[in-house]
Design a protein around this ligand. Structure first.
Ligand code: MG
Length: 394
């Protein structure tokens, strides 16, 4: 089973109603998917997280990664990871290069699990759990209207759907963050927890004073309080607060997480399987979390491939602390508008009672609807062969 080809699909969808975080207005959604094809006609799918620049990921895979792995045996995943990272490390230890490796790595795990007719979590060590508590990410800033009323309406919807944890966006105005959290808590009641994500928009001193208020409100965690490069700032914030500090969606590889952890920056590690180096590297991040007794709740912001990848990762993740009643490990379910997520494949699972069942079909358990894929394709930056069902530029 040798790798014969690597296809990349750049996808884009404009949004009618943009929404905002502390960093930007999201006016469109994008993704880059990867399909690794073998000489015996098998294939596996992966996804890179890096929605601002999917074109760069696609070009990098075609120009730099594909030549390294074509004709190699597809089941040598560790070997191929080192081969890819080794070729790129001098110019790409973080960011786009590692996201590109991640997508190819996920596709290799999907491919191998399909070949063996098992779900990916079986290859990752088997299930610690197959039912995973899911939390809703949403409550971005609306462009128009009252942001407090909008948060209440949206949070109430997620609570009705069964979510027991809801994550709000914040970080532009602390008073507004507190007002939104109070209003949401009053609306959803004490059975639904809330977390706050400020997307690294604060100085350490501002983060500490906001964090103290979040503690009083019983907020579950405080996500990305300061800039991801500011390890000292993170450590200051974490040392000053009791609320768990979360971060890591802008960190890369076990080398990056080694810094985040050994400098005592976070209580909750949030590697994105689609950007931290795929399953191969996310497992090493999980090992670091395990050795330090830290929680590891992966970041997710993508298509059903990204969602399924995080679910399989969580299925095989050891409990952070051994107990007769282990605490939940949380799967992030992004509920913000994303036609790509909703249309290119059936959802890998459905929420019931605040949790999801990890797919037990072979591979990731995601079947891409290739007709739907075509609707979002950016052809100038997508590369795939005519022989593999979708027609398009090569
Ligand atoms: Mg976040």
């Amino acid at each position: 089973m040798r790798i014969q080809d690597v296809h990349t699909y750049v996808l884009r969808a404009e949004l009618r109603e943009p929404f905002g975080s502390s960093q930007r207005w999201v006016e469109g959604r994008s993704a880059v998917l990867v399909r690794v094809v073998t000489d015996d006609g098998r294939s596996g799918w992966g996804e890179a997280y890096g929605p601002r620049i999917p074109e760069a990921v696609s070009v990098l895979i075609q120009a730099a990664i594909k030549p390294l792995i074509v004709n190699e045996e597809a089941d040598r995943i560790e070997y191929l990871w080192q081969r890819m990272y080794g070729a790129l490390r001098d110019s790409g230890q973080k960011g786009v290069a590692v996201a590109a490796i991640s997508a190819v790595d996920i596709a290799l795990w999907d491919l191998n699990a399909r070949e063996l007719q098992v779900p990916v979590y079986r290859l990752l060590g088997g299930p610690v759990r197959t039912r995973i508590d899911a939390y809703a990410t949403g409550l971005y800033f609306p462009r128009q209207g009252d942001p407090v009323a909008a948060a209440v309406e949206e949070a109430s919807r997620y609570a009705r759907e069964g979510f027991r944890l809801i994550k709000l966006k914040g970080g532009l105005d602390s008073a507004l963050d507190i007002a939104r959290i109070r209003a949401v808590q009053a609306a959803v009641g004490s059975n639904v927890a809330v977390a706050l994500d400020v997307n690294h928009s604060l100085h350490p001193s501002a983060a500490i004073s906001l964090g103290r208020k979040l503690e009083e409100l019983g907020v579950s965690w405080f996500e990305e309080p300061v800039q991801p490069e500011d390890y000292e700032g993170y450590a200051r914030v974490r040392a000053a607060l009791d609320i768990p500090v979360a971060g890591g969606e802008a960190e890369y590889t076990s080398y990056g997480f080694r810094e985040l952890v050994s400098r005592r920056c976070v209580d909750i590690l949030q590697p994105d399987v689609c950007s931290t180096g795929g399953f191969t590297e996310a497992r090493r991040v999980a090992a670091i979390a395990h050795a330090w007794g830290l929680r590891c709740f992966p970041h997710v912001w993508g298509t059903p491939i990204a969602l399924a990848a995080a679910a399989h990762f969580l299925a095989a993740l050891p409990n952070p602390v051994a107990s007769l009643q282990p605490e939940p490990v949380w799967l992030e379910v992004d509920r913000s508008t994303n036609p790509l997520r909703d249309e290119i494949a059936e959802p890998p699972f459905r929420l019931s009672d605040g949790a999801v069942e990890v797919p037990d079909s072979p591979g990731l358990g995601v079947e891409i609807d290739e007709e739907a894929l075509k609707r979002f394709l950016v052809p100038e930056y997508s590369y795939f062969s005519h022989a593999h069902s979708i027609e398009g530029p090569v």
